[in-house]
Design a protein around this ligand. Structure first.
Ligand SMILES: [Cu+2]
Length: 164
């Protein structure tokens, strides 16, 4: 390696280190910031995807449509418990309050439902998805498929973390 290419490598490494780790997970459209889209693996007919939408404007916006080549149809759903039974219901849109945020999480209500997957969602793959907002328009995001993080070890194995 000659000194010039060595310098180039050092520059590239320095630039890469300067970028925040979350940069690749964040998308901007108008006043909206879409953070960390992800989906869970699914061997079933349907799958679920999650995004966090941050609105930096005072005007509210609304997610009105979601598309993906990965499934025939994409719906916006809410989830609620009816006794012991979990029920999902399609909603026509998801409101994003002005200066507010909508955080979708597994097991916590709002999610994006991929109806009629054209194949299983495998851990480690990524697929494109388009979010369309009433005010801000469309944004394309890449959705990585990720397994849930392993459950934390019992507190007994980490005495330092124990509360008094
Ligand atoms: Cu659903």
């Amino acid at each position: 390696m000659n000194p010039a290419s060595g310098l180039m490598v050092a520059l590239v490494l320095a630039l890469a280190a300067a970028l925040p780790a979350a940069a690749a997970d964040t998308y901007k459209i108008g006043a909206l910031v879409i953070e960390k889209p992800f989906a869970r693996p699914s061997m079933a007919r349907n799958g679920a995807a999650y995004v966090t939408i941050v609105n930096t404007a005072t005007q509210p916006d609304r997610l009105i449509r979601v598309l993906s080549p990965r499934s025939g149809k994409v719906e916006m759903h809410t989830m609620s418990m009816d006794g012991d039974i979990m029920r999902m219901r399609e909603v026509p849109g998801i409101d994003v309050p002005g200066n507010g945020r909508v955080e979708m999480k597994p097991g916590d209500g709002l999610h994006i439902m991929l109806m009629g997957l054209n194949g299983p969602l495998n851990d480690g793959e990524s697929f494109p998805m388009t979010l369309q907002f009433e005010r801000s328009g469309k944004v394309d995001v890449v959705v990585p498929v990720e397994k849930p993080a392993p459950a934390r070890k019992p507190a007994a194995q980490t005495p330092a973390a124990k509360k008094p």
